[in-house]
Design a protein around this ligand. Structure first.
Ligand code: C5P
Length: 220
């Protein structure tokens, strides 16, 4: 491929894990490190794209020189990416977005003395940002989603991916298996990419940067 095959293209990448506050000091989060999303941003920058990185909690530094918007919650991420998508040629939703948030965020710390031996927290569903972006994307815009699944059986994993892709309506779905020691905070990744309709268009494993480049090859 050409070195700068994304020159003149505006790409919006979301990365990291959202944090949904319970009270001023606690949140519901997930184990996403942001590494794969940061790698997509870095690879796109190296290929000449104009990159906006929308970062929820990251455990790694964002690439130098990339435009950065920091968010905490799914709702903040939704606002930022919906606005940014208006002028984007490509949107890559790598972020691990919380499916649910606490129904109530307390103004002060939840106290053990009030809760007792068990504590229930009511959660409400967050909007599915990827589905909404896919439904409203402009002509020619490419939308890429990710799906991290704990399903160990490869063929069941692909079936889950196909169902998810159909539900989300994105152009591509990057599927990877995650577990206690796999996928999230690791330096490498193994993915299968499905395109609209469910066909496998690419399989890659290696460093998150090399996987990012292969994903961008598919997008190009
Ligand atoms: O449904 P699931 O969380 O597995 O879907 C993963 C994909 O959907 C990712 O691309 C993620 O960024 C996106 N997502 C979203 N809004 C949510 C949950 C996930 O856009 N509320």
């Amino acid at each position: 491929r050409g070195g700068v095959d994304l020159a003149g293209k505006r790409i919006v990448v979301t990365a990291g894990g959202t944090r949904e506050p319970l009270d001023p000091v606690r949140f519901l989060g997930n184990r996403s490190s942001g590494r794969q999303g940061v790698a997509v941003a870095a690879a796109a920058q190296a290929r000449g794209a104009d990159v906006l990185l929308i970062a929820a909690h990251l455990e790694v530094d964002p690439p130098e020189g990339v435009e950065l918007v920091e968010v905490q919650t799914a709702l903040e991420l939704q606002e930022a990416v919906t606005e940014a998508a208006r002028s984007a040629d490509i949107v890559v939703m790598t972020a691990a977005v919380a499916d649910y948030r606490p129904a109530v965020t307390r103004e002060s710390k939840i106290k053990k003395s009030e809760a007792g031996d068990t504590l229930s927290i009511e959660l409400v569903a967050n909007p599915d940002i990827l589905a909404a972006l896919s439904a409203t994307r402009r002509d020619g815009q490419v939308v890429v989603g990710f799906a991290a699944e704990t399903e160990p059986d490869p063929s069941t994993l692909i079936e889950l991916g196909r169902t998810k892709l159909a539900a989300k309506g994105s152009d591509f779905l990057v599927l990877n298996q995650v577990g206690w020691e796999q996928g999230f905070a690791t330096e490498s990744n193994e993915v299968v990419v499905l395109r609209k309709g469910g066909d496998i268009v690419m399989e890659a494993s290696g460093s998150k940067l090399s996987v990012a480049d292969r994903i961008l090859d598919v997008v190009v």
